[in-house]
Design a protein around this ligand. Structure first.
Ligand code: SF4
Ligand code: SF4
Length: 423
């Protein structure tokens, strides 16, 4: 039975095909079953019982990046995210979730200590598989497919390092920090920069140690039960604190929590979503700072979830223009091809999409490419390393922290390693 709100969105589609001109997957594949219009036609057929869930259908749906570019461009205002979520949920219910994925999503992810342990074991065992070394070597388990440059896993997670709140004598605000998995396990230096910047602006940062994954991998695999368990856990953890606001440095976590949690947890969650901010939006709304800019050039990449999902484009640029000379690249809002489950399953397609982006970065001539999402940082670093480009990839908040520290490099910048072969 198709939920009424999903049917309403399907009916809104005028089949105009405008989404074909912007969808990064369609642009590369030219395949009608891999664009919003085609997927909506499939959704209609499946919900009317004309076709059945199958491996092919799953492939058509999994190959959607959920970048929401089509939704932002659609003249009929179709909420494509809602339709694709209903399809993913249908796949999960009708075709089942692989046992291992279910175990990780429902049992390990909500228990942070256990998940930390599992990540460490996986990381150590994978160190035995040969890779071409470049700097320190540590494999990132999830990305161990195909060839790609990956940062090493951190020795100490961000949650371990920063969950003890640094007390300020009379802070002007008390802010919660939702860390997210990539920052926690791969880029704790982004967390360090964020806390450094906020503390310098006399804002106390609370990092609740029991917070868990935002649940996007569970949503992507259609496991609504797991997504709800994680959402409930995060609600409990953040509601227990008296916070003036909650910030995050991950666009995907932010979109998930602001949009999906409302769907999963309903209206009681709304007051929390209303005080959740992307870090650059928070800085522009609540603080004033004017650092001495660095003598370097930076270009900005718009993460899809921040631009198309949340309509945030101005604030990260304002932060950057206070840190260095901001040079716009061509097609700054073109998808980088990254994105958790998508870039793992569709590695080649992900790199093909990213090729355009890294060429734009190169053409801009900037020394640094900055962005607002750790997933994009990971993808851009991979693309730059694959092309041997000497451009530094940073999160916006890292560059701000560096600027406020008069150019000192943020600590623990991760090294990269090229991984070859499959598991
Ligand atoms: S742009 Fe919107 S209305 Fe047009 S085909 Fe795509 S989803 Fe349908
Ligand atoms: S969400 Fe992105 S990848 Fe999916 S159909 Fe829309 S534009 Fe294409």
């Amino acid at each position: 039975m198709v939920p009424a709100e999903v049917k309403r969105e399907i009916d809104k589609c005028a089949r105009c095909g405008k989404c074909r001109s912007v969808c990064p997957v369609f642009i590369e594949t030219g395949d009608e079953t891999r664009v919003a219009r085609g997927r909506i036609t499939l959704a209609e057929a499946i919900f009317q019982g004309e076709i059945f869930y199958s491996k092919e259908l799953r492939d058509y749906i999994y190959s959607c990046k959920k970048c929401l570019r089509c939704q932002a461009t659609c003249p009929s205002g179709v909420d494509f995210g809602l339709i694709v979520d209903a399809l993913l949920e249908g796949i999960g219910k009708n075709m089942g979730i692989p046992l291992m994925a279910k175990f990780v999503l429902r049992y390990l992810l909500p228990r942070r200590r256990l998940f930390d342990l599992a990540i460490r074991v996986a990381s150590w065992s994978q160190r035995l598989i040969p890779g071409q070394r470049k700097g320190n070597l540590r494999h990132l388990p999830l990305f161990f497919m195909g060839r790609r440059w990956v940062p090493h896993l951190t020795q100490r997670t961000a949650l371990d390092r920063f969950s003890e709140t640094r007390k300020l004598s009379s802070p002007r605000m008390r802010v919660g920090f939702f860390v997210g998995c990539l920052i926690n396990y791969v880029y704790p230096n982004i967390a360090e920069s964020l806390i450094d910047v906020l503390n310098k602006l006399n804002i106390e940062v609370v990092v609740p140690p029991s917070q868990v994954c935002c649940g996007i991998p569970a949503r992507s695999l259609g496991d609504t039960t797991a997504a709800r368990i994680l959402a409930e856990k995060n609600r409990e953890v953040f509601e227990a604190e008296k916070l003036d606001a909650i910030v995050t440095a991950c666009s995907t976590c932010l979109l998930t929590i602001k949009r999906e949690y409302l769907r999963l947890l309903g209206e009681p969650w709304r007051p929390m979503t209303e005080k959740m901010y992307d870090i650059s939006v928070f800085l522009e709304k609540f603080t004033q700072y004017r650092p001495e800019p660095l003598d370097t050039t930076v270009t900005y990449h718009d993460p899809c979830h921040l631009k198309w999902g949340l309509n945030v484009t101005r604030e990260p640029r304002t932060v950057l223009s206070r840190c260095a000379r901001l040079k716009e690249m061509e097609y700054a809002d073109r998808c980088c091809g990254g994105g958790g489950v998508f870039s793992i399953i569709y590695r080649d397609l992900s790199m093909k999409i990213g090729e355009h982006k890294i060429n734009s970065v190169d053409k801009s001539g900037a020394r640094i490419v900055a962005t607002s999402c750790p997933g994009c940082v990971l993808q851009l670093a991979d693309l730059a390393a694959s092309k041997d480009l000497s451009v530094e990839t940073l999160h916006v908040i890292e560059l701000l922290s560096r600027t406020l520290n008069n150019g000192s490099k943020v600590p623990a910048v991760n090294e990269l390693v090229q991984v070859s072969g499959s598991p």
